[in-house]
Write a protein of this length. Sequence first.
Length: 625
Amino acid sequence: MHRGEPSALDDNINNNDNNNDDVDHQSGGGIVVREHMLMFDKVLTPSDVGKLNRLVIPIQHAERYFPMIYSSNDKGFLLNFEDRNGKPWRFRYSFWNSSQIYVITKGWGTFVKEKKLHAGDIVSFHRGVGGSATGRVFINWRHQNLSVRGISMPISEASNYQQRTISTNFVHRLEKSIKLFKTESEFNKPDSDEEEETDSVKTTKESLDGLMSYLREMMVGYENEVVLALLNELEDLVASYVWPEDKVIIICEQLCNIRYNSNVEEEKALVGFDDEIETLLDQLTATSTKQFQIISITGLAGLGKTTLARTLYNHDLVKYMFDFRAWTCVSQVYQQKDLLLGILSSFMDDLTDDFYEMSEHQLGEKLYRKLKGRKYLVVLDDIWDCRVWNDIQMYLPDDKTGSRVLFTSRDIDVSLQIKSARPAHVLRLRTKVESWAIFEKKVFRMGICPGGLEIYGRMIIGKCEGFTLAIVIAAGLVKNNLSVTWWEQIANSLHSYMVSDPRQYIESLTLSYDHLPHHLRPCFLFLGAFHEEVPVTKLIWLWIAQGLIDDTGSRTLEDIAVDFLLDLIRRSLLMASRKKSDGQVKTCRIHDLLHDFCLRKAEEENFLLNNYRCGTTRERQRIMR
């Protein structure tokens, strides 16, 4: 049974993409219609159209449609295709053992240039199944219409737009296929139970199976309890071929929306980072060397180093390329044991009590054995001292598997002392155009500022001087009050404190704090106890236990605490790290500058917390009310 479906069921996203190559003209003037069977689509990543001149073929499609017959030949073999214009193309196809990926290399760069392909475009692979097309393989391409009002979208936004387009197109195709299946089944109903189904019914079933396979592949990396439950329910419906249309469509729309809504908020702060993402992604996933490499992102506080690193860490290609990924936050005050436990906890679901009783060396040995012979990525966020690297490098094996360590730091000297193989990637300040784009997206749902507010909005952005965090904080100050008077007040009071010295942020942060309602201030200061990601349920429970949520009598304390949490997120003083499938916040985190501010302000106001385990170890943290 084929995964693909007949091209008759393939509604192109670009309506101008006509399938003119589905007809053969014979010498006698007759016409023979030939059919193409869609094998699979591949959405191009920045790396697919980048400097590496190679296309990664998803492993499930590679092994199904292009099996490596000559497995002993490291150079692979040549694949011959035809494009929709009838032009022949020859690509070298091979398996890169070090990265465990199938790739098309030689000839691919020329194809990308000639067809003017970009990230977000789609290439389709078809097999001929009728007429003179039998036995031939075809390659097609579709350019996504990623412009709004004549303005080209950046890659990060184009990616979301295209995910939404693909999702909508998928549901539309599925709906048509179900109707076709029901029609075919009704008109071609066998006379007896023993009689076989007609070819048209079988073909339509294969089409539906292909769509379901595509949906399952589309949800890889987005699995949680709800997603798995929906997929299982869908599996049962597929197996029965009963296909209650409304139910199937609702499930598919839910899954598509889950995929689309993932990490949308964080991407709003990535405007203008497309080049950085592509460059760093190529460095992380490059297969030209199997050497262990260290990659660094440096820059002033508030430029978006952590956001950029997190985007790379969660990228689909990175998830695919590495056996293990680990993320840990270091900060100014750290302990070797915390670092090792933080890395181990990324690989292991639950660390038993035994791990917390181990010495640093015992934990290091556990980590070394876990990573030995595997390809891994370790992200060390917010390094202040090169001693961090000295404390853990002996426990990170270099087995020539292409493993990577990525770290962020405000100090470029840290990168020089650690001696990374590549020069540090230094983040720049945002341009005025980029700053305004981030501000609009953060404040307005549709991303467009009304004319009456724009003059003050641009005054506010001008005082942010290109610092991403400053832009986000400023957006949080004005997004809940769209009156001209309020915006003018903020524009005049937000002085240009956004300079290179991070300490100068205190004035702008103080302004945000002073505009907080009194009931939110202790909840905000309490966040100083958490430097890393914290589950919302834990934070809410601690707020209530500490007496920070007042009982109003009409609502539960938990509901009130959730409102407080969402209010802090809306004001951009707290970030939603991960969301549940229903859109509720699952975990949250606070920026390191805001964390420092909380600690200082808490000390000023005698709001100190202790007896809370905020890191990985069970050691007590400072701060008690």
